[in-house]
Design a protein around this ligand. Structure first.
Ligand SMILES: [Mn+2]
Length: 363
């Protein structure tokens, strides 16, 4: 297991240097700023990988294609076949560019929060969600919905800038639970063969927040059982989970987190992990520092190791510390160091027990 730096749109020299200074060997890039209105081309993907490698790091994964690439496919609208043809081309190009993992979501409305300025330890800013508030029409103007396809922002990184205050976007359609499962199956049937051929693992991020529906659009990937159902829809070795333990913690705290690890780890279906936590579970939760949320982070890293997972972990997003940047350098440095120490602790424990076993064997 190893930690990577991620959740930025562009691997700038400064971010790559930051990663190396933190002792990391790789990065994930979220929705990289590449040209292309409908798909990404091979040349730009290779250039992205090389940009990371010039900084002395490995590009471990891309997380998310622009939502406009497959919005109709998610909503089940006419025109989806053309979109899916382009998604297949994109996946094929990702593989040819030597990038082995493509994270995605199947949640047209994306991440929703009812607060961005909750106060955690020492007044650190944390996000929060309350379902009653999220469905209250009187609150609509203050609702925070992640802006998919956000234009290049000044900050250029995921952060507050990626959320827009206002009601749910009008996607022009309502989608039921059953329809959304049908749309997901149709999507997987179209893209998984291309992913297998390209040697790319397609890793799904669960719906955050994991509630049945928001803004008229069903959110299907909202429980560990739903992830297991998703795994069986179109069986393929290219299907995997982008295991956001923050979102799984929102579903059901530590027991859900451990269950997810135990169900998908031994099957080698965890492509990579987002390690963050919250306090509380749906319908109400608030982001927290590691160690102050629903689960014991050391127990979770131990479970990951025991499940056979040997991939990479990233912080996802973190409480905003005093004087922090938009992207959250301070909060992320703290989380990265915390996760590095957790991994080291489980490595040391494994080694100690191996040595003890060897000692017994020779005694
Ligand atoms: Mn996540």
């Amino acid at each position: 297991m190893r930690v990577v730096l991620g959740q930025f749109h562009e691997p700038t020299e400064e971010l790559l240097l930051f990663a190396r200074q933190l002792g990391l060997s790789g990065v994930q890039v979220n929705t990289p700023w590449l040209p292309g209105e409908r798909r990404w081309e091979l040349r730009e993907l290779i250039a992205l990988r090389r940009q990371v490698e010039r900084g002395g790091l490995t590009l471990e994964a891309i997380e998310n294609i622009p939502q406009s690439f497959y919005q109709r496919a998610m909503l089940g609208l006419p025109g989806r076949d053309e979109e899916l043809e382009n998604v297949r081309r994109t996946i094929s190009n990702v593989g040819r560019a030597g990038i082995g993992i493509l994270g995605y979501h199947f949640c047209p409305l994306g991440v929703v929060r009812t607060g961005m300025d909750g106060r955690g330890r020492g007044g650190a800013e944390v996000t929060s969600f309350d379902l009653g508030t999220a469905v209250d029409p009187a609150f609509a103007g203050r609702l925070l919905v992640a802006r998919r396809n956000a234009p290049r922002s000044e900050a250029g990184r995921l952060g507050k800038d990626d959320f827009a205050a206002g009601g749910y976007p009008d996607l022009g359609v309502e989608v039921s639970e059953e329809q959304m499962w049908d749309n997901y199956r149709y999507f997987l049937e179209a893209v998984l063969p291309a992913a297998e051929e390209a040697g790319v693992r397609l890793a799904i991020h669960p719906d955050d927040p994991p509630v049945p529906t928001l803004g008229g659009i069903a959110r299907i990937i909202r429980s560990v059982d739903a992830l297991a159902r998703a795994a069986e829809l179109v069986p393929s070795r290219a299907w995997a989970v982008e295991l956001c333990l923050g979102t799984v913690s929102e579903m059901g705290g530590e027991s859900a987190v451990l269950e997810a690890i135990q169900r998908f780890g031994p099957r080698d279906q965890i492509a990579y992990v987002h390690l963050r936590d919250v306090r509380g579970t749906v319908p109400t939760f608030e982001e927290s520092f590691l160690g102050e949320g629903n689960y014991d982070p050391l127990r979770v890293i131990r479970a990951l190791r025991e499940s056979g997972f040997d991939g990479f972990i990233l912080d996802d997003h973190t409480p905003r510390l005093v004087g922090d940047s938009e992207w959250g350098h301070r909060g992320r440095a703290h989380a990265v160091g915390y996760i590095q120490a957790l991994i080291h602790a489980t490595e040391a424990a494994t080694q100690a027990s191996t040595e003890a076993d060897a000692g017994l064997a020779t005694a």
